[in-house]
Design a protein around this ligand. Structure first.
Ligand code: ARG
Length: 255
């Protein structure tokens, strides 16, 4: 009897500490605010302009908020902390260029994709520009990304260097501390334009992926609302206009 009481007590305590609930749609709607997480170091998708989060994904989320009749309240976190934070209910949704993968689907749910892209090799003009050329080379990638996973699978590399921020991997390439950088094709394209003097070149695509927002598993009503708003900004040309502004092309997924 005593053991049971102790167990129940211990259980009750644990529950009290960990049972912060994911906010369901009704609660979010009623509060008038959706809390969104991002990183702020993945230009031009999400980055800081002074103290303000900016970029394609920030504008996409703001447009979605508008359709939902909600104010967007932003939280910026390290990229590798975002999935755990969604699980811990630190925000309602995260938009930070997460590629849809089976592995991540074990921890979080994905909305429909807001853009389609993929990982691409970037190097100095005399560096490795093809997947086959990466053998024996040092490749830099951001920690906890699909680039890190895909590069590790290539095999026979000299070293895979992981950086907490993708912009650090770019700096490592510019400073010749790595032979190649694998990142999003549009991130790389923009980095090439911004660092024209560094003599960087775009190489082969390594893989393609669909990029979507993430939210707490099983929050079906929220998922439906986000997808509905995404479909609306797709249909009325808002998504395309944001894409044109940052990329001079439409990067949304064909279907
Ligand atoms: N698309 C890649 C992935 O799914 C990289 C995302 C990196 N995002 C960021 N905000 N740094 O892993």
């Amino acid at each position: 009897m005593r053991a049971i009481t102790t167990l129940a007590l211990a259980l009750g305590l644990t529950l009290a500490v960990t049972s912060v609930q994911a906010r369901d749609w009704a609660t979010i709607k009623q509060s008038g605010t959706i809390v969104a997480g991002s990183e702020g170091a993945f230009p031009p998708f999400n980055y800081f302009q002074g103290s303000k989060l900016s970029g394609y994904e920030i504008e996409v989320m703001e447009a979605i908020g508008k359709k939902l009749g909600l104010k967007v309240e932003w939280r910026a976190l390290a990229f590798d902390a975002l999935i755990a934070s969604v699980r811990q209910d630190r925000f309602d949704v995260a938009i930070a260029s997460h590629g849809i993968t089976e592995e991540r689907q074990k921890s979080v749910d994905f909305t429909n994709p807001h853009y389609c892209s993929g990982g691409q090799i970037f190097a100095k003009a005399d560096g490795p520009l093809k997947v086959a050329d990466l053998k024996g080379k040092t490749v830099g990638v951001q920690l906890a990304t699909s680039y890190a996973d895909s590069v590790k699978k290539i095999g026979a590399l000299k070293e895979v260097k992981t950086y907490p921020k993708d912009t650090d991997a770019l700096q490592a390439l510019i400073g010749n501390r790595i032979d190649a950088w694998v990142t999003d094709r549009f991130v790389g394209k923009s980095a090439l334009e911004k660092n024209a003097a560094a003599g960087l070149k775009a190489g082969e695509m390594v893989f393609v992926e669909r990029i979507a927002m993430i939210h707490k598993k099983g929050n079906a009503e929220l998922d439906a609302q986000l997808n509905k708003a995404l479909a609306e900004i797709k249909a009325d040309g808002t998504l395309k206009a944001i894409s044109q502004k940052y990329f001079q092309e439409d990067i949304s997924c064909p279907n």
